[in-house]
Design a protein around this ligand. Structure first.
Ligand SMILES: O=c1ccn([C@@H]2O[C@H](COP(=O)(O)OP(=O)(O)O[C@H]3OC[C@@H](O)[C@H](O)[C@H]3O)[C@@H](O)[C@H]2O)c(=O)[nH]1
Length: 353
């Protein structure tokens, strides 16, 4: 029998170990004192997976919880097996018992076609789901950041919208499941803060785009890019005179982390205030579509020292590249996706209770 020399064995082991560690993106070392146990609900989704990347690379222990309704395993697969990472297939509508220091509560469909697809499920996720996560925060003494939305302002009658504005929401319209769901989620955060002393942070997130948006997300940026890449007409709902502000996902993620680690418990708008207008092929407007959205981000700038740094064009270029690669990948798998329209689904949806 042949026994290799011991030095050969040791160097072989080192090569093997370094090839294991190269499997993952580089991760900072944090001392026990600075390393946090962080839960990200919806962590396999578009924003959640970018947040997972940042917190992992910063050296924290990250647990991702997702029910994979709009999230995808693919978005976080590069961390699977890493000692600081855990992925749990779980729906936040059911209670969750784990030990954590911080909770980023992102779980909810976010694009209008997705949240309108099953309004009852959207309501349950934002109400019962938020209640469960606040209960968890209370039990383990964790701080919770709620991913709220500019949609709490509804179709605003005040411009620009700062955090003091109470909003203008149709409580029985097609968007209400999301808008009112997030509004009551905010209410719950402050009830838990006042009654139970839970530390809460509330980010009001405006339109965000970037890689890992789902092909069928249905929001305007992914729709337009997909349509342009497939040589199809760009669909504009209504007159095209509606306004939105867009931010690239990396800016949002930096804002979320700054807010979580700040001492600001009141709501903060997170968005790039540069305004955009859409124009081209005109379709009937979607019901209750906010006509004008113009954010005021002075609070985030002043109190967090945060402001977006990725210009719209640069962010769009990166996103277009991402979607080109996705299309290639899909074509190889013989699947040609169609952008989703923001129409209310008629009748009773089949899945997702
Ligand atoms: O193909 C399309 C898609 C959308 N649009 C229009 O583009 C505008 C933006 O629509 P999006 O679907 O991207 O998103 P909305 O601004 O309506 O909602 C978003 O707002 C803020 C976030 O918190 C939410 O995730 C999301 O609901 C709307 O006026 C919509 O009608 C089009 O003209 N064509």
């Amino acid at each position: 029998m042949y026994f290799p020399p011991i030095e050969g064995l040791i160097s072989g082991m080192f090569i093997l170990i370094s090839s294991f560690s190269q499997k993952y993106p580089p991760v900072k070392f944090l001392s026990e004192k600075d390393r946090k146990r962080i839960l990200i609900t919806g962590g396999a989704g578009f924003v959640g997976s970018h947040l997972t990347d940042k917190l992992m690379m910063d050296g924290h222990e990250v647990t991702v919880v997702d029910n994979f309704f709009t999230g995808r395993k693919r978005n976080v697969e590069h961390w699977i097996g890493h000692e600081n990472f855990e992925l749990i297939n779980h729906d936040v509508v059911e209670p969750l018992y784990i030990e954590v220091d911080q909770i980023y509560h992102l779980a909810s469909p976010a694009s209008p076609p997705n949240y309108m697809y099953n309004p009852i499920k959207t309501l349950k996720t934002n109400t019962i789901g938020t209640l469960n996560m606040l209960g968890l925060a209370k039990r383990v003494g964790a701080r919770l950041l709620l991913a709220s939305t500019s949609e709490v302002y509804g179709d605003p009658e005040v411009h620009p919208q700062n955090e003091e504005y109470w909003g203008h929401v149709n409580p029985i319209g097609p968007r209400a499941c999301y808008d009112e769901g997030k509004r009551v989620a905010e209410t719950m955060c402050y009830a838990y803060m006042k009654q139970e002393g839970v530390e809460v942070r509330v980010a009001r997130i405006f339109n965000t785009f970037g890689s890992r948006m789902h092909m069928n997300d249905g929001r305007v940026v992914s729709n337009f890019i997909l349509q342009a890449l497939q040589g199809e007409p760009l669909t504009v709902y209504g007159s095209g005179s509606q306004t939105r502000a867009f931010q690239y996902v990396s800016d949002l993620v930096n804002g979320l982390v700054s807010l979580m680690n700040s001492n600001i418990s009141s709501p903060v708008n997170l968005v790039n205030p540069t305004l955009s207008r859409s124009q081209i092929q005109f379709l009937p407007e979607a019901q209750d579509d906010p006509r004008r959205r113009r954010p005021d981000i002075r609070k985030a700038k002043m109190m967090l020292g945060w402001e977006p740094v990725v210009p719209l064009e640069e962010g769009l270029n990166k996103t277009i590249q991402y979607f080109s690669r996705e299309l290639e990948h899909q074509a190889n798998n013989q699947y040609i996706p169609k952008p989703k329209a923001a129409r209310q689904k008629k009748g009773r949806p089949r899945q997702h209770n």
